[in-house]
Design a protein. Structure first.
Length: 165
């Protein structure tokens, strides 16, 4: 597990995150003081579709895969997240069950931010709230683009687009 006693490592990782990059040092420190470190082994589920929501996680070390199960028992990979990236913000904001699976691809160290702590923080920090909205909007745009690709492009074109990006 990453040593978070000083919070220095967590602050450095969060500084890389688009959500927290614009925060001042005191706000980042306050947010990290609200977080709980968690470690997961390679292949271990972090959360599953339908699990109770209510937290957001920041990847400190390792890689977390975000995916959705299909009716045929396969999984659609949505993203592989690396240090500095966040997930679970939808469940954090609405408190509803998880909308995707998260699995540790490698040994992972995460910071878990609970809804009961983060919502009051966001209420006191409107700039952070706006950054979170921007992050969500960017993800919605990427999702819309993927859906349009599925509707309008054949598999070879979709594959070429993914490889080019």
């Amino acid at each position: 597990m990453v040593d978070l006693k000083s919070g220095l490592y967590g602050r450095r990782v969060l500084e890389q995150s688009p959500l927290f990059a614009q925060m001042d040092e005191n706000s980042r420190h306050e947010l990290i003081s609200l977080a709980m470190p968690r470690s997961f082994g390679a292949g271990e589920p972090v959360c599953r579709v339908g699990d109770p929501g209510g937290s957001m996680m920041a990847v400190l070390a390792g890689t977390v895969r975000i995916s959705m199960p299909t009716v045929k028992g396969k999984e659609v990979i949505l993203a592989d997240l690396r240090p500095g990236q966040l997930f679970g913000e939808i469940a954090l904001l609405d408190g509803k069950p998880r909308s995707a699976n998260a699995t540790a691809l490698t040994k992972c160290d995460l910071l878990v931010l609970e809804r009961r702590n983060v919502i009051p923080f966001l209420e006191r920090n409107p700039a952070a709230c706006l950054q979170l909205m921007e992050l969500l909007c960017a993800r919605i745009r990427r999702s819309d683009e993927r859906m349009a690709d599925l509707a309008f492009f054949e598999l070879p074109s979709r594959l070429a687009k993914v490889l080019l990006s």
